[in-house]
Design a protein around this ligand. Structure first.
Ligand code: C2E
Ligand code: MG
Ligand code: MG
Ligand code: MG
Length: 278
């Protein structure tokens, strides 16, 4: 039925659009129930404290391995899941798994686990309640969890987003503003919103490495965040120079391929044990 409908529209859709939309339909159909079939997994990327050098948190990054298409990147399947109404199921799965993994990690180090939240999850009426229910069901302490939300999702409905985030913070969960600097808002606008941490988008570092003007912006963003009582984490640290720059600007923590790539939990914990002083 879908294929037929699309062939009739071939005059207005070009071939590439048709292929993409068929691919989209295929992904959407395949994604249904992927979490139950064991096709989803989480990789973890460490966040390093720049003063102590210790790993303080792990960001959970979802992966989907389709049985015949292979690995589909989150930049592709997350939007499909959002459009198809599947993101809540995927998000709940990720939160449960991350809390279970956080418990395993606690045996080795006091790490927080960061879980990404889609705008659709954040702006659903029962979001805070769902998170609290899953925490209770997993018998997990709220103090090990950080939720990462983007400024654009908060800005879509500031009242609702803040109500959820305030409730979650009262329960002891940390909230991080993800990808800050990739959109249009200023930190000043965000002064009254309930965040603990600002994650500085990797475009800051990318640009300053190319000699761009955002190096200075990076410094002033860190200072402003500190004035507002927020911790700063820089994303996308790809070399030693970037790490030095962040230390120079007094950034609190960093994440990126230069520190560690996203890996399976066992691998991350193995590295952590190797790093730990005996
Ligand atoms: P994000 O939350 O901003 O995650 C950081 C992304 O940057 C990850 O891409 C990570 O692999 C990548 N990255 C880390 N260090 C570096 C670096 O040094 N250089 C470069 N170039 N990239 C680096 P990934 O894993 O492909 O995830 C992409 C996006 O997909 C995430 O961006 C997040 O928005 C979304 N996502 C991933 N997992 C989930 C999830 O469980 N739920 C939701 N709703 N979204 C997720
Ligand atoms: Mg994130
Ligand atoms: Mg990010
Ligand atoms: Mg980012």
């Amino acid at each position: 039925q879908h294929a037929l409908d699309e062939r009739e529209h071939i005059g207005i859709f070009n071939e590439d659009m048709l292929r993409r939309s068929q691919y989209g339909h295929l992904l959407e159909a395949s994604l249904q129930g992927a979490e139950q079939r064991g096709e989803l997994s989480l990789l973890y990327q460490p966040i390093q404290d720049l003063r102590t050098g210790r790993w303080v948190a792990l960001e959970a990054l979802m992966r989907w391995t389709h049985p015949s298409l292979g690995s589909v990147p989150p930049g592709t399947f997350i939007p499909v899941a959002e459009r198809a109404g599947l993101i809540t199921a995927l998000g709940d799965w990720a939160l449960r798994r991350a809390l279970q993994d956080a418990r395993t990690a606690q045996h080795i180090a006091p790490l927080r686990v960061n879980v990404n939240v889609s705008p659709i999850q954040l702006l659903s009426p029962d979001f805070a309640q769902r998170v609290l229910d899953i925490l209770r069901e997993q018998d997990a302490p709220a103090s090990t969890l950080t939720l990462e939300v983007t400024e654009s999702s908060v800005m879509q409905n500031v009242d609702l987003a803040c109500r959820h985030l305030e409730r979650l913070r009262e329960a002891g969960i940390h909230i991080a503003l993800d990808d800050f600097g990739s959109g249009h808002s200023s930190l000043g606008l965000l002064a009254d919103l309930p965040f603990d941490t600002v994650k500085l988008d990797r475009s800051f570092l990318r640009d300053s490495a190319r000699g761009g003007t955002r190096g200075a912006l990076l410094g002033s963003s860190v200072r402003l965040a500190h004035d507002l009582g927020l911790r700063t984490v820089a994303e996308g640290v790809e070399d030693e120079d970037m790490l030095q720059l962040l230390t120079h600007y007094d950034c609190d923590a960093a994440q990126g391929y230069h520190i560690a790539r996203p890996e399976r939990l066992e691998e991350v914990l193995g590295r952590l044990q190797a790093l730990r002083p005996r």
